[in-house]
Design a protein around this ligand. Structure first.
Ligand code: SF4
Length: 308
């Protein structure tokens, strides 16, 4: 045998050896080449390449089974500059003075209330917060808490009074209905507390995946997934933090969770929400003062538009 076959270093030689056994030829790849009869050129050899391909497919080559060999990983994708960009966002968020820092769901519950009531108030503030500014949600929660924001009290309050308490949060009429239905379900199925899993939380009327993951994090101190709202969705797309652009927050959540280390899942929500409220605004983001302006694909585009 030739050296490469002896030491098993050459895949071609191993395949040639197999072929040699099929043909009844002893020896390594070099000997096989010597023994292989030289065929005279046939008509098929002069046909176009596609015919050669078809003919080659008929040759059966056996490959070694990869027993005990771990499958080769196809490569973990992550955005090229994300660590630097994240550091810059932390730097830009250092003063923690965005609306979410003072009026987010973490700040809207009654700290002196029993644990199950605090958890319920976290869920209520999350339900009220969709399509609503933090300032408006915080004001509604203040009125609700003064009224008595417990499962029993919400169930004992008529819709009109509840509507006046939460007005003017976005879609307040629908949210009043959801609050009543959710409270009834919590009382009936969960003993007045909120459930402790995303699967159960999303069964509650008016509670979607974003709210469920944030409720798990804030109310139960368990990180189950990234809370992706409109800010996180928009900024992730602008920064190119997704393998391909996404159409909605739920798509963004799944795409981010594929590569973002789990220990950052909780932090990323409040970081990007505040960043989106202060700098990376939905319309006219302040790219000229953003520390990521030179690495952000959208920032470069937006700066060029400003320059023109
Ligand atoms: S450069 Fe502009 S678009 Fe990019 S992250 Fe900064 S503010 Fe947002």
């Amino acid at each position: 045998f030739c050296n490469c076959l002896t030491f098993g270093q050459c895949e071609i030689s191993r395949q040639m050896l197999k072929l040699s056994f099929h043909l009844g030829v002893a020896g390594g790849c070099h000997e096989l080449l010597q023994h292989a009869p030289v065929q005279p050129k046939t008509k098929a050899d002069t046909l176009p390449l596609s015919s050669h391909r078809r003919r080659r497919r008929q040759l059966k080559v056996e490959y070694d089974k990869d027993e005990g060999v771990a499958p080769v990983k196809t490569g973990h994708w992550e955005p090229p500059d994300w660590k630097k960009q994240l550091e810059f966002i932390r730097e830009m968020r250092r003063s923690r003075d965005a609306p979410v820092d003072n009026m987010g769901a973490e700040k809207c519950y009654d700290t002196g209330a029993p644990a199950h009531v605090r958890r319920f108030q976290v869920l209520v503030s999350l339900m009220l917060s969709s399509q609503t500014k933090d300032q408006v949600t915080a004001a509604a929660m203040q009125k609700l808490r003064a009224h008595g924001c417990t499962v029993e009290n919400i169930l004992n309050t008529d819709d009109e009074t509840l509507g006046k308490l939460v007005y003017p949060v976005g879609f307040w009429r629908t949210k009043v209905k959801y609050l009543k239905l959710t409270s009834a379900m919590l009382q009936k199925e969960f003993g007045g507390d909120i459930p402790k899993s995303v699967e159960e939380l999303v069964r509650l009327p008016g509670v979607g995946p974003k709210m469920a993951h944030l409720a798990m994090d804030i109310a139960w101190d368990q990180v189950s997934g990234i809370g992706v709202d409109t800010h996180v969705h928009r900024i992730s797309n602008r920064l190119g933090w997704l393998r391909k652009p996404t159409k909605n927050p739920e798509e963004t959540r799944k795409a981010l969770e594929e590569w973002l280390p789990r220990e950052l899942w909780s932090e990323i929500n409040w970081l990007l929400v505040g960043f989106g409220q202060q700098l990376c605004l939905p319309v006219n983001p302040l790219c000229s003062v953003c520390l990521n302006q030179h690495s952000c694909p959208s920032g470069l585009c937006l700066l060029h538009i400003e320059e023109k």
